[in-house]
Design a protein around this ligand. Structure first.
Ligand SMILES: [Zn+2]
Length: 395
């Protein structure tokens, strides 16, 4: 097969559809026309190209552009299998498996006690929006700053709602690499992302670009665990109340942390991927507030009627140890006390006089001492020497 004479190289994290747009653009052709003439594929949508393009198309692209098939594979959501996504082929049981492995609060059994409204496992994939006509979102600031504007593959799944670099919400928008920068904000004004959403999306961006997440408290979590635990948490936040049982009040607290009442604005849909983009943003705002509180250990995760224990999650900070448990200290010794200072001669004399007043026997001893052996008494009681040296003669 003949090599294409012009073939721009893929850019970091570029989506396959974006690169094909740029390939076609370099020949002055619309993408669909280029794909039909060069490869015989006329009707592949951007979503099909970015999810899981036909293997023979990837091989033909690799042969004609000298970009390896593994590089092309990484430009699709199929490149996230099997670590972040189990598979890009919907299958029975994937929903239950994906959201059951790392639950946070709610019982998995109760979730599957009844059929799940509007869930069609024949076309469900985790994180992949079910509305096939929905344009994947972009960060318009990223695109405006690109020297060559392009779409990132990690914008093509609904695991983030904002750009952590620009703190701006992602917006669904028809995108072509040749788009004029001044037109990016022509129809939809920018929306700032909340602090919690930026923090959550920054962690998820680490997971989908680096394979692991470094949490603020220092724990490192594999993307395998992070993506499933986050998806489970979102499911717990949006699933019907009758499946929550005693964990309902934890979920209520999470919604409250995001400034909303339980399931506010969700409608009847309870599967994240088939919600509208607005409902998904809402669920994400609650997840972001919950993760923020869990990471700092400030979300009350006690189920109903429980006082003394809390649910634990992978988002929890490590337990704090009392400082004295971490330090090696000598065993406590006998209290060290200062010897009482020796009394002065005057004090001794006053004490002896006071005792003589109370007791005839003490009076007798005092008298004998005064008559016979004052100097000898002092010599035979060394502790009285200091008193003698510092005292004046008694009155
Ligand atoms: Zn951006």
């Amino acid at each position: 097969m003949k090599r294409l004479p012009i073939h721009p190289q893929p850019l970091p994290n570029e989506a396959l559809s974006s690169w094909i747009y740029r390939l076609a653009d370099s020949y002055g052709l619309p993408s669909s026309t280029f794909m039909e003439r060069a490869f015989g594929y006329a009707h592949l949508s951007d979503q099909q190209l970015d999810l899981a393009p036909p293997a023979d198309l990837l091989m033909a692209l690799a042969e004609r552009t000298r970009v390896s098939t593994s590089r092309l594979h990484s430009m699709t959501l199929a490149g996230y299998t099997p670590l972040v996504l189990d598979s890009v082929a919907p299958a029975e049981g994937v929903f239950a498996t994906y959201i059951s492995q790392f639950p946070s609060f709610a019982s998995v059994e109760k979730r599957f006690g009844r059929a799940i409204c509007r869930l069609n496992e024949g076309d469900w994939l985790p994180w992949i929006p079910g509305f096939s006509r929905e344009q994947p979102p972009i960060c318009r600031k990223c695109v405006a700053q690109d020297s060559i504007p392009y779409r990132r593959i990690y914008w093509c799944a609904a695991w983030m709602t904002c750009c952590p670099d620009h703190h701006e919400m992602l917006e669904a928008q028809f995108f072509q690499p040749g788009i004029r920068r001044e037109n990016l904000y022509a129809f939809t004004p920018p929306r700032a992302a909340s602090r919690e959403v930026v923090a959550l999306d920054r962690l998820t961006l680490q997971a989908v670009t680096g394979g692991s997440v470094l949490l603020p408290h220092g724990r490192v979590i594999s993307a395998v665990v992070w993506m499933r635990a986050l998806r489970s948490l979102i499911d717990e936040l949006i699933r019907p109340v009758y499946t929550l049982a005693r964990s309902k009040q934890i979920i209520v607290r999470a919604w409250k942390a995001a400034g909303m009442s339980l399931h506010e604005g969700l409608g009847l849909v309870r599967v994240f991927e088939i919600m509208s983009a607005e409902q998904r943003e809402r669920a994400f705002a609650v997840a972001a507030a919950a993760v923020d509180r869990l990471l700092e250990g400030s979300l009350d995760t006690r189920p109903a009627n429980v006082k003394y224990w809390s649910m634990s999650t992978i988002f929890d900070p490590p337990p704090k140890h009392p400082e004295e448990d971490l330090l090696s200290r000598p065993p406590p010794g006998r209290a060290h006390t200062q010897p009482a200072p020796a009394k002065t001669w005057g004090e001794l004399w006053e004490a002896a006089v006071a005792a003589a007043k109370r007791s005839p026997l003490e009076a007798y001893h005092l008298r004998q001492l005064m008559i016979w052996n004052l100097e000898g008494y002092v010599r035979s009681h060394p502790s009285s020497r200091r008193a003698r040296a510092t005292s004046h003669k008694p009155d």
